[in-house]
Design a protein around this ligand. Structure first.
Ligand SMILES: [Zn+2]
Ligand SMILES: [Zn+2]
Length: 142
């Protein structure tokens, strides 16, 4: 498994380091986690890694395109390793749970503006808002 992650780093010309591998492994196993959760998961494996080191790794992996950072309004930034497929997110208004929604048409920009104002549009970032199944059940039970 680690060799897959090493190959990912090499494919974007990033040096293979244990903190980078640990962050990629955390994001492979957990989608849409915030920085604190990434730090906790990395430290479970590498107890001496600093917060700053994890921040730096997240920034490097995000700018290299291996990791995607999302920040729905009112939530802290979350990270995921599902990249390059133009998927969207649905966010629960009650508890903040986030789930993936496949791109509606299968390729960016997914939505075509009725008037693009002369811009060359290459991406549409869509956040669907609603109530997750757990919160809906809790509400029904009341
Ligand atoms: Zn919820
Ligand atoms: Zn996602």
């Amino acid at each position: 498994m680690a060799s897959d992650l090493e190959a990912q780093l090499r494919s974007v010309s990033l040096r293979v380091t244990r903190p980078r591998l640990a962050v990629l492994a955390a994001l492979r196993d957990h989608a849409h986690i915030d920085t604190d959760t990434v730090i906790a998961l990395v430290r479970a494996e590498l107890p001496r890694v600093s917060h700053q080191a994890v921040y730096d790794v997240l920034r490097a992996l995000t700018s290299a395109g291996l990791v995607r950072r999302i920040e729905p309004a009112g939530t802290t930034a979350r990270y995921e390793s599902r990249v390059g497929d133009n998927h969207h997110h649905v966010v629960c208004r009650s508890c903040g749970a986030i789930a993936d929604i496949d791109c509606t048409v299968g390729h960016a920009p997914c939505l075509t503006p009725s008037n693009d104002q002369g811009f060359l549009v290459d991406e549409a970032e869509v956040v669907f808002w609603g109530t997750c199944p757990d919160c809906a059940n809790r509400r029904d039970a009341q």
